[in-house]
Every structure is written in C-alpha cells, then in structure tokens.
Design a protein around this ligand. Structure first.
Ligand SMILES: [Zn+2]
Length: 87
C-alpha cells in the first residue's frame, strides 16, 4: 500500500516583514504584521550605534513584558530572521 507523504511544513505561515524605506543612521526599521490583530503592523527597530546593539518593538507585549527584562518579542524574532536569512 502506497504511503502518502503530506508535507505540513509547507503550510507554515511566515509573516511578511517589510523593511522601512527610509533609514536613520544606526537604526533599521522593519514592519511586522500582528497575527492577533490583522491589519496591524508593529514597527521593530534595530538600533546599532557604538556601544549599543539592541532591538525594540512597538507592540504592547514588548512594551509591558519584554523591555524591562531585555527580552525579545516574536516580532523582533521574525525581523531578526528577515534581517539575516542565513542565520
Ligand atoms: Zn512585538
């Protein structure tokens, strides 16, 4: 009996990350869509300056839960993947 192989991994939804068109020096901005609020995008910023390398996000989860603990929300993780596809 033949076995049908179903590749479920192909159905994984990868959010589309949209890099900002303008770049401030040392700051890169990515817009990551929210999956709990369709139509909403959060601005993820990667700040790289001498002595500083950090990420921040405009979502409430990051603001209330992650910032104080220097943790990354899922939008930052998605943006980091988009920023360095080889990683
Ligand atoms: Zn976020």
């Amino acid at each position: 009996m033949a076995t049908t192989i179903v590749n479920h991994s192909s159905t994984t939804v990868v959010p589309t990350v949209r890099p900002a068109e303008h770049h401030s020096s040392g700051i890169r901005t990515y817009y990551v869509p929210s999956d709990s609020h369709p139509g909403t995008e959060y601005a993820v910023q990667h700040i790289r300056k001498p002595g500083m390398n950090r990420w921040q996000c405009s979502c409430p989860h990051f603001y209330f839960r992650c910032a104080a603990k220097r943790r990354h929300c899922k939008h930052i993780r998605v943006a980091r993947l988009a920023a360095s596809p080889a990683a």
